[in-house]
Design a protein around this ligand. Structure first.
Ligand code: TXE
Length: 493
């Protein structure tokens, strides 16, 4: 059966080299990789994979560019970062298509990633010419006491496959605004938009080598983490990988900021608007990006007095989402990212059924027909799930969610917090006192009340517990890429 799903258009000319010092590099020591488009399960390009030699070359180029970057006036650096924001805006449609080629995200969502990156660049450009140091008196002298925020020099940013452009905004923008040069290591699974971004930076006027883009897997990533010329690592990805990265970084005691996985809880109280809650949670849960988001609300707790009424609406919303060709603008649910992810997610479903973790009420299968060659899974919902089960405790990172009843506020909070993760939490209630009370008791870095998650540059985003300790957004996101220096000038002489 041939797939009717669109694949690579000649006009898409996806970038396949490494981007180092403003040059496209091929013949990499890491070899090449056949990139598979999840929409069809077929190759859409052969890409270069960075090895240690390319990391060395990128670090050298980055230090040279850093020295040039900090020789520019703050006003000049600010304007160049605003140029990058304009370039992301102007290239949004092409970046959207590349995003879909990268990991199969439906085009109805993919262009928004470029828009988010643009917002972050506009926001952090604004910090460049604003004083972000300070001075304080000292207790027993009249010395001048300055507290300065300085760049690290060259930082390594390691991105997951599910949102490379989001990471460009969240982390590359503040890193550059803080005065650093960047080596961006996207996942080998999603190289195209980061590479195009690197090209846009040079076209926007940034010094060549200020942004280097090196798609690679664990080997290239490890070489970057271990490199003595890389002074800070920002990692976004899974917890087990974070452990490997922190271990490797210990080699030079390189600081590591982490943005990790989640098993986010949503609490639907009996006074919630159930129509709004059902639609919001279907998109925040198994439908949006096929649940392949760190912000996926994969555990939905519903007060038992409205459980059936919520479930009726929720299942209706989930089942009404159109599954199909991610290039079709009417598609809501695209493919999951790979054959490996397909096997892993179906394994989670089979285990949950075998262990009777809950009742499978919709989904659970891979789609066939003319979608058979791609990796299309039905959004899947289990009802009345045991919160202690593997299904409710282990991050699935796919279109599978658990719905769990609770009796009252105290039980809801206890169930939600019974997790090693703490990235996001969602509350649906009309009671403002309850919203504040519960939000302060949830162990999560971001709490969203009566709305879906919505990353914005104005507020820090990041995890509690094993969801990581880094923050992206706000002044906290800038400080991730700065080191603090105190300069005290004696006035007694
Ligand atoms: O992660 P992986 P994936 C999390 C999400 C899920 C994971 C999925 O919750 O857990 O990311 O992304 C590189 N040394 N978030 O599968 O496998 C690898 O090449 C150095 C949370 O990509 O951990 C890739 O570039 N690098 C997030 C990156 O690490 C190594 C939002 C991540 O790979 C490496 C999005 C090694 N040894 C997803 N091994 C948030 N909290 O905001 C792999 N890599």
């Amino acid at each position: 059966m041939t797939s009717t799903v669109q694949s690579l258009a000649a006009t898409d000319n996806v970038p396949t080299g490494l981007f180092i010092g403003g040059d496209w590099v091929t013949g990499s020591s890491g070899g090449t990789l056949e990139h598979i488009f999840p929409g069809t399960g077929s190759p859409n390009a052969t890409i270069e994979i960075a090895g240690e030699a390319e990391v060395d070359r990128a670090v050298e180029s980055a230090w040279e560019a850093h020295r040039e970057w900090i020789s520019y006036t703050p006003e000049h650096r600010r304007d160049l970062l605003l140029n990058v924001a304009d370039a992301l805006r102007d290239d949004a449609e092409r970046l959207g298509r590349l995003n879909t080629h990268d990991f199969g995200v439906p085009t109805m969502m993919s262009a928004a990633h470029a828009g988010l990156a643009e917002k972050f660049f506009r926001y952090y450009a604004g910090y460049v010419d604003k004083a972000n140091g300070s001075s304080t008196p000292v207790a027993d002298k009249f010395d001048v006491n300055l507290i300065e925020h300085e760049p690290y020099g060259v930082v390594g940013i390691i991105a997951p496959w599910n949102g490379p452009l989001v990471v460009v905004g969240l982390n590359v923008a503040p890193a550059l605004a803080a005065g650093n040069a960047v080596i961006l290591k996207p996942s080998e699974i999603s190289p195209f938009t980061p590479l195009r971004f690197g090209e846009l930076c040079v076209q926007a006027g940034l010094p060549v080598g200020l942004v280097n883009v090196l798609p690679s897997g664990p080997e290239g990533g490890e070489a970057l983490v271990r490199h003595p010329g890389v002074k800070k690592i920002h990692f976004t990805g899974g917890g087990s990988t974070a452990q490997k990265i922190i271990t490797a970084a210990a080699h030079n005691l390189t600081p590591v900021a982490t943005e990790l996985g989640g098993k986010s809880a949503a609490l639907i109280f009996d006074d919630a608007n159930l129509d709004v809650a059902a639609v919001t949670m279907s998109f925040q849960g198994p439908v949006g990006q096929s649940g392949q988001s760190c912000a996926c609300s994969s555990r939905i707790f519903v007060q038992n007095t409205v459980y059936d009424a919520f479930m009726e609406r929720f299942i209706g919303a989930v089942e009404s989402a159109k599954i199909g060709d991610p290039f079709d603008p009417s598609t809501i649910v695209g493919p999951v990212v790979s054959q490996a992810a397909t096997n892993r997610i179906l394994g989670v479903i089979d285990r949950a059924v075998d262990e009777k973790a809950g009742e499978l009420v919709t989904g659970g299968k891979r789609l066939g027909g003319d979608l058979a060659s791609g990796y299309y899974l039905e959004p899947t919902v289990f009802s009345r799930v045991d919160n202690k089960s593997a299904l409710a405790q282990i991050e699935t990172f796919g279109p599978v969610v658990s719905v769990i009843p609770f009796a009252d506020e105290a039980e809801a909070i206890a169930l939600a917090n019974d997790s090693v993760y703490g990235l996001n939490a969602f509350i649906q209630t009309q009671n403002v006192g309850r919203a504040h009370r519960v939000a302060r008791k949830l162990e999560a870095g971001s709490v969203w009340v009566n709305r879906h998650s919505d990353l914005g540059p104005q507020s820090p985003y990041g995890g509690y517990k094993q969801s990581g300790a880094g923050r992206a957004g706000g002044i906290e996101g800038l400080h991730e890429f700065q080191q603090v220096k105190t300069i005290r000038i004696g006035m007694d002489f």
